[in-house]
Design a protein around this ligand. Sequence first.
Ligand SMILES: C[S@@+](CC[C@H](N)C(=O)[O-])C[C@H]1O[C@@H](n2cnc3c(N)ncnc32)[C@H](O)[C@@H]1O
Length: 432
Amino acid sequence: MATGRGQRGAGGPPPGAAARALAARVLTDVSFGGARSGDALSAALRERPPRDPRDAGLATELVYGVLRQQRRLDHTLAPLVRQGLGALEPLAQVLLRIGAYQLVFLDRVHAGAAVSSTQDAARVLGAGRITGLLNGVLRKVAERGERLPTGDDDASVGVRWSLPDWLVSPLREAVGAAALEANASALRERAPNTVRPNLSRGGAEAAVSALAAEGFTAEPGPHGSLVVSGPGDPFATAAFRDGLITPQDPASLHVVELLGDLRGVRVLDLCAGRGVKSTAMADRGARVLALDVVAEKLASANSLAERLGVADRLETRVADAADPALELGSFDRVLVDAPCTGVGTIRRHPEIAWRREPADVGRSVELQARLLAAAAGHLAPGGELVYAVCSFIRAEGGGPTPEGLVEQGDATLLAPVDGVDAFQVRRFRRPA
Ligand SMILES: C[S@@+](CC[C@H](N)C(=O)[O-])C[C@H]1O[C@@H](n2cnc3c(N)ncnc32)[C@H](O)[C@@H]1O
């Protein structure tokens, strides 16, 4: 409940406090409650739609900005909190990050307003008790600014680009020392809204004109994607509802491209999830058998296929694709879009950087090796298998060539510096 200065009777909270309070609720759920940023933000905006639409924009900026810059913000805040930043209650940690983010990254917010609106947000959230702490620490941030380390070691690079140390060396290994900072910086960019125009609904031309009719601009992006910008949410449009566009990163589209001409081809998609790639393949004329261990994901894949008008080309089955005894017949193309740490997608899901730990890599690599070995058993002579992970960690893209297959060319790394999610992709062929 609002208390003290935050209470404005019928007028509601003071200007700007609503956006900060909404962001603080979402960040508490994500950073301390395990929620996914996209889900938590959409739910909060649905449940408490801000009166001023600009507040929705600011809250979104604060949520994603704080999650992206969390380590860098904590580096600035930690020396200023006597009892230790981690010892503070979650809401205090989150509001300090929100305040510091405005001071460091948002030129448009005056320092005084950044501090006072963050205090107002605390009052709106019933935490008037921490306004003194917020005031004391944030004023020091405003005075001192940031003091970032300048070295090339993992810890210094990690602070500058707000990555955990353990992710810096795999990134260095993947892209080379000379390109490390450019790629680390690109990983910290906000990803644009990229979509796949669906051929079954008229392709790029139809998508561009439908989006234009609703005030959006769609420019050609890499790998056949469209980059959409304009007023509000492009996924709240008729173009989306009618299946003309599907959100998809260009790197993910490239994985589908690598499977070649799919017209009339039988494809086995062993880790289909919610069917982004399965439906892309069906949209290109493939007949797809899509497997996943999670039934609920396959139900989403089926709804997506219905919306896009390709349901007659998609069959789904709940199964463990790592089971070598699985009888499925043989296919001209097999896709293993393997479960992985997902660290290549931290532009879109920034909390992944703080949730994963080095032990996840070993677990992931073990499952990936079993999936790839089992996948090879479903490939017909002359057929091709594509293996992909949305991770730049070499071990996740590595692993031996499955027995009986020949690797085609080198493994490809799609690098963040090219404005795409980081993926590693390999192609194999079974000789005819
Ligand atoms: C990277 S995601 C797939 C994304 C999906 N291909 C898309 O483009 O929308 C990996 C998927 O593998 C599934 N998975 C994990 N272990 C599996 C297994 N043993 N067999 C089949 N699917 C599995 C997960 O449930 C998850 O949906």
